[in-house]
Design a protein around this ligand. Structure first.
Ligand code: SF4
Ligand code: SF4
Length: 298
């Protein structure tokens, strides 16, 4: 029997989350609360509708459709919204978007399978992302089992903060695992993400048990973790515990800011900055110094 859960987005034609052309399935709910997060809608497991005021022409179709009598500026009355999606269907400009919906696993699979031809022709597949995909373990287990049984190449992007033994059966279905390593100092990690890093470090050490190809990713953020010392310590940790793993450095970006506005949330701190190309080059040189192979999907 199919299971249900929360879905942020099913993004076809993705080329940044593994080999070939892929569909990325974003599942919300995350045990971390990174202060720079690019996907604020993925923090919790709850249906959410966003309001993109720059697209709005003020026609009022959303107001007519709303069973709760909410006005055009949804963020002024968000507490009344039941995320029914009526305004999303009514809006002629795409100014209301369903950012998180309650979804059926078999329907998610059917949607992902529509692009099978592209996976086959490009060596691609399906990537689970978030939010944090492991936070909906029953849904993730169902999706990964059925897609694995149908022969798809699977990958997962994870923050690494989960019960390893519980998630291991899912991880063993993956060809490729991306796991984040945000900071080597546990206190700093806790300050910026809300959790210490020990569990993540222990899980990284165990990734060899999965048999998958491993990529450890660092989101590189000036003002958080973009120091030569942190990058070197991270690379040395990976080299020591997962000598075959590759590393990817992802420069901080602000593409998620529109979603903060759409949800009426304050933007991440202006103190967070994108590292320069020269800094990123230097950080990649550090990986080489330590003897870790780099990879760049983005
Ligand atoms: S999602 Fe439903 S309740 Fe919320 S604003 Fe739109 S129509 Fe109203
Ligand atoms: S239906 Fe869309 S375009 Fe019209 S007022 Fe509502 S949000 Fe704006």
């Amino acid at each position: 029997m199919s299971v249900k859960g929360y879905l942020m987005q099913l993004q076809p034609f993705s080329v940044n989350d593994g080999d070939g052309i892929r569909t990325t399935i974003f599942l919300p709910g995350c045990p971390l609360h990174c202060k720079w997060c690019a996907n604020p809608e993925g923090a919790q497991q709850t249906p959410l509708v966003g309001f993109y005021h720059r697209l709005c022409i003020g026609c009022g179709a959303c107001v007519k459709a709303c069973p709760k009598g909410i006005g055009i500026d949804l963020n002024q009355e968000r507490e009344k919204c039941i995320s029914c999606g009526a305004c999303v269907k009514a809006c002629p400009k795409g100014a209301r978007k369903q950012l998180v919906a309650y979804a059926d696993a078999d329907q998610i699979i059917a949607e992902a399978e529509k692009h099978r031809i592209f996976y086959q022709s490009s060596g691609g597949g399906i990537t689970f992302s978030g939010g944090e995909a492991t936070s909906q373990l029953e849904l993730l287990d169902y999706l990964s089992k059925h897609l694995y049984d149908r022969g798809y190449s699977l990958a997962i992007e994870t923050c690494g903060f989960f019960d390893f033994d519980a998630v291991l059966p899912v991880l063993k279905r993956m060809d490729l695992i991306f796991m984040d390593l945000k900071h080597m100092d546990s206190e700093v990690h806790q300050h910026f993400t809300g959790v210490p890093n020990e569990k993540i470090l222990e899980n990284i050490k165990r990734l060899g048990e999965t048999g998958a190809e491993i990529v450890i990713r660092i989101p590189v953020i000036e003002g958080v973790n973009a120091t030569e010392d942190n990058i070197r310590k991270s690379a040395m940790f990976v080299k020591e515990h997962l000598p075959k793993a590759k590393m990817e450095l992802l420069p901080y970006h602000k593409f998620g800011f529109g979603k903060y506005e759409a949800l009426g949330l304050p933007l991440p701190s202006e103190e967070f900055e994108t590292p320069s190309k020269e800094r990123m080059k230097k950080f990649y040189e550090i990986l080489s110094d330590v003897g870790v192979e780099k990879i760049e999907y983005r």
